[in-house]
Design a protein around this ligand. Structure first.
Ligand SMILES: Nc1ncnc2c1ncn2[C@@H]1O[C@H](COP(=O)(O)OP(=O)(O)O)[C@@H](O)[C@H]1O
Ligand SMILES: [Mg+2]
Length: 236
């Protein structure tokens, strides 16, 4: 089952209509993502990386083409069904952390589980366990502004992991961090892969792509919404 296909994009195109007319963000993109794969999406700013991640996460719909998420064509899903898949199966890590300012570290990590029917003590226990694993338990009652960027991103990772999602999507997760904090975040993602997670990482950094290539199952380089280069490990 390890090769089970989780996500498939077929001839996907995404256009935005803005003030200056239509912007083609993604053109004729084909991509298959199987369970436990580590996929890197590289490309300069404006290449379409975030657009692609939003499509993969079911946060947005394509202008053309098909997207199959967990064996369901998203055309057949309404917003509520799509949101449910997203909440259950996907953890999203953002470039700017996107923590909630007026919630503590612990409360931020707990948020994805609050809408579910789980006793609060259990949610607290799971959040505290994750914070311990990430070396942040001593800061659980602090607010995001009281943490360094690297610590905030680790909180965001704990928040993404608390639902135990199949897929972790990280959009330029270390672009705002110094080298040491960035390395910690990348190690956490590689560790999640070892534990069987599917990881999709976007970055504008060619050097990060080069340093992670050996760990990746697929590397895609995007420019102006098109795949310029794609390398896959043998057997994929
Ligand atoms: N909501 C939007 N409305 C209009 N244009 C957008 C929107 N989001 C992104 N774009 C445009 O789509 C292109 C791809 O953007 P994006 O996916 O954010 O690229 P990246 O993440 O690689 O920097 C860019 O030209 C960007 O300006
Ligand atoms: Mg982006």
């Amino acid at each position: 089952m390890s090769d089970e296909l989780l996500i498939e994009l077929i001839n996907v195109k995404k256009e935005y209509s803005g003030k200056k007319g239509r912007v083609k963000a993604i053109s004729d993109l084909n991509l298959k993502i199987a369970r436990k794969e580590f996929i890197i999406i590289g490309g300069p700013s404006g290449a379409g990386k975030t657009t692609l991640l939003n499509l993969i996460a079911g946060l947005d719909r394509p202008t053309q083409g098909e997207i199959i998420l967990f064996r369901r064509n998203i055309r057949d899903l309404d917003e509520e069904e799509l949101a449910k898949i997203r909440q259950e199966k996907i953890g999203f890590i953002f470039q700017f952390f996107n923590l909630i300012d007026n919630l503590t570290v612990l409360e931020n990590v707990m948020t994805p589980l609050i809408p579910r029917n789980i006793p609060e003590e259990e949610i607290v226990a799971r959040a505290e366990e994750l914070l311990s694993d990430l070396g942040l338990i001593g800061k659980k009652n602090r607010f995001p502004r009281e943490l360094s960027g690297g610590e905030q991103q680790r909180v965001a990772i704990a928040r993404a992991l608390i639902t135990d999602p199949e897929i972790i999507i990280a959009d330029e997760p270390i672009a705002q961090l110094d080298e040491k904090a960035g390395k910690i975040v990348i190690d956490l993602l590689l560790n999640a892969k070892k534990r069987g997670k599917t990881i999709i990482l976007a970055t504008a950094s060619q050097s990060l792509v080069d340093s992670l290539k050996k760990n990746a199952d697929k590397v895609i380089w995007l420019e102006r919404g098109k795949v310029m280069n794609k390398t896959e490990k043998k057997g994929k």
